[in-house]
Ligand binder design. Structure first.
Ligand code: ATP
Length: 135
């Protein structure tokens, strides 16, 4: 399950689907849901901070969830909390700062991702390895 279809979440969902994994994508924005419903198998509109809404969607049956909400710390923290309360076994969550990451861990995230920082580091390694290829 992927929650939040912003730039990060939509690429993540698309890549998982391309790898033949069934993905439930959730976003609170009807526009985002409409935009991605042609490309992803299951896209539903819901506010993921609402534990009741997540329960109705059967999220407790999913083995893994990625909370891809970035800008709103409150929404990402409340979503992780709701997933943890529902007993989702593996919760990955995106953080925008170290403090955000700490809070996510304390409310139940099992793994925290920093997409921008991790991509920056990966690209730096790629550039340096390509430079070495030409020496
Ligand atoms: P990105 O960098 O991935 O584009 P962003 O930081 O610009 O993300 P966010 O505000 O993190 O944007 O929103 C990412 C997506 O998460 C949006 O499509 C937004 O509608 C969705 N989203 C935000 N809050 C919730 C929520 N409570 N429930 C479900 N979806 C949400």
């Amino acid at each position: 399950m992927v929650i939040g279809l912003g730039r990060f979440g939509c690429h993540l969902s698309g890549a998982l689907a391309a790898l033949n994994h069934e993905v439930l994508a959730i976003d609170r924005s009807p526009d985002q849901v409409q935009r991605w419903s042609a490309q992803l198998d299951r896209v539903v509109q819901a506010d993921a901070t609402e534990e009741g809404a997540l329960r109705q969607l059967g999220v407790a049956d999913f083995a893994r969830a990625v909370v891809a909400i970035g800008a709103s710390v409150e929404a990402s923290v409340l979503t992780v909390l709701a997933l943890a309360e529902l007993g989702v076994p593996q919760i990955w969550a995106r953080a925008t700062s170290e403090k955000h990451a700490k809070i996510l861990g304390s409310v139940g995230a099992h793994h925290v991702i920093f997409p921008e920082a991790e991509t920056g580091v990966r690209v730096a390694h790629l550039i340096v390895s390509r430079m070495l290829d030409f020496i």
